[in-house]
Design a protein around this ligand. Structure first.
Ligand code: RB5
Length: 144
């Protein structure tokens, strides 16, 4: 599975810690930036991630901003993106089981690295249930 990761300046440090952590496990995360703590705009980062996922250049996206809120809002404006803010372990499980999120989101200023790594692992170890949940996520994509 190919995983892409991106953040604004508020999530830069957490992003680098996740890249380092998974590299030690032999997993290379595709880094879409930003590349420093210099201020940047999270909608630009969210759009770059959405393009990467929708073009199938990665199977899963990890997005990070300060709280995870702004970048979630921006990513979810892109048709086909299901971005879920994993604010606890139960939600990490349900975001895969019921929502089949294709982007998972974290807050660099609100979450510890340890908590985030555990939630990524929970999400990846969970299967999408399909059935009625597939019907519901398909309805999200219907033209209004
Ligand atoms: C940037 O200062 C901050 O507003 C951003 O990272 C994010 O928390 C927005 O929701």
């Amino acid at each position: 599975m190919k995983i892409a990761i991106a953040s604004d300046h508020g999530g830069f440090e957490l992003k680098q810690e996740l890249i380092d952590h998974y590299a030690k496990e032999g997993v290379v995360l595709q880094n879409l930036g930003t590349d420093s703590t210099d201020s940047c705009d999270y909608p630009d980062i969210a759009k770059k991630m959405a393009e990467t996922i929708l073009l199938k250049q990665a199977d899963l996206g990890i997005l990070i901003c300060g709280t995870g809120i702004g970048i979630s809002i921006a990513a979810n404006r892109c048709r086909g993106i299901r971005a879920a803010l994993l604010y606890d372990d139960f939600v990490a499980e349900m975001a895969k089981k019921h929502n089949n999120a294709n982007v998972i989101v974290f807050g660099g200023r609100t979450m510890t690295t340890q908590d985030v790594i555990r939630r990524i692992d929970i999400f990846n170890q969970t299967a999408f249930e399909g059935g009625r949940h597939l019907r519901r996520i398909e309805k999200i994509e219907e033209e209004k």
